[in-house]
Design a protein. Structure first.
Lengths: 398, 190
């Protein structure tokens, strides 16, 4: 049994950078990753802004050693997972290492183009384009490349997916089933998700403005984010300093609507409250909330209402880093776990970009400016998904 | 349709649609949202209605959790949504293109607010369910758990749900891999 779980390594790729150093520099320089659509082939290219990773599949293939024909989801995942393992400087084959990776689109990026060509040209299409369609295949492809075989699994619970994979990884380590776990998630942009969110009328045609009174929806993003979680025993053998401890985590169901959050944010409230309880912390111990903050009217209202109920009257600093990376769906919990660990390490609070008018109903506001030299001891990171699936993680300074 | 090895209902329906509707009518449920659901949600919803019927659930909403599994995630809804995009992408179909929506539907119906997870396996994996759910019970994550298998691809479907608790009820079986496999096999072959 390991009573504590630590974060030993970080890996990320997103619209604001291809690795941790680039992403962190963009965060400090307040550079958002949204732009016109470049790589995804869609009729919405000049109409809906997205936060795309600034590398083609060819460039990603060169960096990872995978084929450029393989799903972009696997390419992004492998790049970020490799970075996390290198950063942890652990020989993952010396211990029981698991790979727990979330995604929601699987290989749909290939499938959706396959079908178009298939029906147009009939048999002249390549069936290899659809064999990695399902979410689990992406995890398997990457696990094979990483040579991880002690334990691999895929979680797909919409936008809370990768927060849940980090939670599962922590539990497996605490239950002494694993020593080390590479946990997080990935999602590539696809027409499937872009069109789907577009039909729900929740895509902002401008750059998104989370937690702003005049917010008008989300921007979709893509990327991958992984943390390397280690047991106390493994941590004690490593020479490098741990980023932080994963002190608390919880999941709850909002039980309100398939896609919308309840007006009082019951599920978000329960997830945050139960995570605090698991971490044995009070609300006043939290220094920063990395908001789910998608920028939709409904999410920000529900999340803010839950924060008001739970934290009243003393509110921690908070911001939505989706104002930089867009909403990366199944990757968002992993990407934001990396940002949370970096906030603790660098004593920094990220700004909520483009925030002009804080939501009038709330007695608090997200941060407008980057803050340095802050006491960041405990970070609460929220991830809420369709199906009412709400998760909160708490990262704590050691 | 079986509950605790007892046959409750038989319907030789031609399509999954008409079977699910027949079960809905047989159970005399008044829940119009049913008609809006995709087949995976309908199947899971009906299985949970049968499972929970006449059950006295004396727990707080946040003490009741769900752990579901299947082989085909939301493929059935994905196909239908994808077909709709040829005319006009349907938001009503898109919202079902995730496997965990069925859990959301069960939670909405019963006001459950406990922890939810959904896992995809090639086959029914009793070993995993017993380990995972037992670990959550041992860590006091919940008092009652609905776990099992809900799988649909077009006309091929199976649902098997188990109600797990710490309190031994009169007819209860021990929560073991062997008991689950036995129940699953007997349900799936009937």
């Amino acid at each position: 049994m390991s009573s504590k779980v630590y974060i030993a390594g970080l890996g990320i790729i997103s619209a604001i950078g291809n690795n941790v150093a680039e992403c962190f520099a963009a965060m400090e320089n307040e550079q958002a990753g949204m732009n016109n659509i470049t790589y995804l082939k869609t009729i919405h290219a000049n109409e809906i802004p997205v936060a795309e990773v600034k590398l083609s599949n060819d460039a990603l293939a060169l960096k990872t050693g995978l084929s450029n024909k393989i799903s972009r989801t696997a390419l992004l995942s492998l790049l970020a997972a490799k970075e996390a393992i290198n950063d942890a400087s652990i020989n993952i084959h010396d211990c029981r290492t698991g790979f727990i990776s979330a995604n929601t689109v699987g290989g749909i990026d290939k499938t959706e183009n396959f079908f178009e060509a298939h029906f147009k040209y009939n048999a002249q299409t390549n069936l290899h384009d659809i064999i990695n369609h399902e979410c689990g295949k992406i995890t398997e492809l990457v696990a094979d490349k990483l040579n991880i075989n002690a334990y691999t699994t895929t979680i797909s619970t919409a936008c809370s997916s990768s927060a849940n994979s980090i939670m599962l990884a922590a539990r497996l380590i605490k239950a002494n089933m694993l020593d080390v776990a590479v946990a997080g998630g990935v999602d590539a942009l696809t027409k499937f998700t872009l069109n789907g969110f577009n039909t729900l009328l929740i895509l902002d045609k401008e750059y998104c403005k989370p937690f702003d009174e005049n917010r008008n929806g989300l921007n979709l993003g893509e990327g991958a984010g992984y943390v390397v979680l280690v047991s106390e025993k493994v941590a004690s053998t490593l020479k490098k300093e741990m980023y932080c401890e994963l002190k608390g985590y919880a999941n709850a169901n909002d039980a309100y609507h398939q896609t919308a959050s309840s007006p009082d944010g019951k599920g978000s409230y329960l997830a945050m409250q139960k995570a605090l309880h698991a971490a044995n912390l009070k609300t006043t111990d939290i220094d920063y909330i990395n908001l789910h903050g998608t920028g939709t009217n409904n999410n920000d209202l529900a999340e803010g209402t839950a924060i008001e109920r739970l934290f009243k009257p003393a509110y921690p600093k908070m911001s939505s880093t989706k104002s930089y990376t867009g909403h990366t769906l199944g990757a968002s919990g992993g990407i934001e776990a990396v940002f949370s660990a970096l906030a603790i390490k660098h004593k920094i609070i990220y700004p909520n970009l483009r925030l002009q008018t804080p939501i009038k109903d709330f007695p608090f506001s997200a941060e407008k400016k980057l803050l340095k030299n802050q006491p960041v001891n405990n970070v609460l990171s929220n991830s809420f998904g369709f199906g009412g699936n709400c998760s909160s993680l708490i990262f704590s300074k050691i | 349709m079986y509950k605790n090895n007892k046959q409750l209902f038989v319907e030789k329906a031609d399509t999954i649609q008409s079977f699910l509707l027949a079960v809905y009518q047989f159970l005399k449920i008044d829940y119009p949202k049913f008609y809006k659901m995709d087949n995976l949600s309908k199947l899971g919803f009906l299985a949970s209605e049968v499972l929970l019927k006449e059950q006295n659930l004396n727990f707080a909403p946040e003490e009741i959790g769900l752990v579901l599994t299947n082989a085909n995630a939301s493929l059935d809804a994905d196909i239908k949504y994808f077909q709709s995009t040829k005319q006009m992408a349907s938001p009503a179909l898109f919202v079902y293109t995730l496997p965990n929506i069925v859990m959301g539907e069960i939670c909405i119906r019963n006001k459950f607010k406990g922890e939810n997870s959904f896992f995809v396996f090639e086959d029914f994996n009793a070993d995993f369910l017993v380990n995972y759910v037992s670990d959550l019970f041992n860590n006091n994550i919940y008092e009652l758990c609905i776990c099992g298998w809900i799988d649909v691809v077009q006309e091929d479907y199976t649902a098997a749900l188990f109600l797990v608790s710490n309190n031994k009820a009169a007819e209860a079986l021990l929560f073991t891999k062997e008991n689950m496999n036995k129940l699953f096999k007997s349900a799936a072959t009937k």
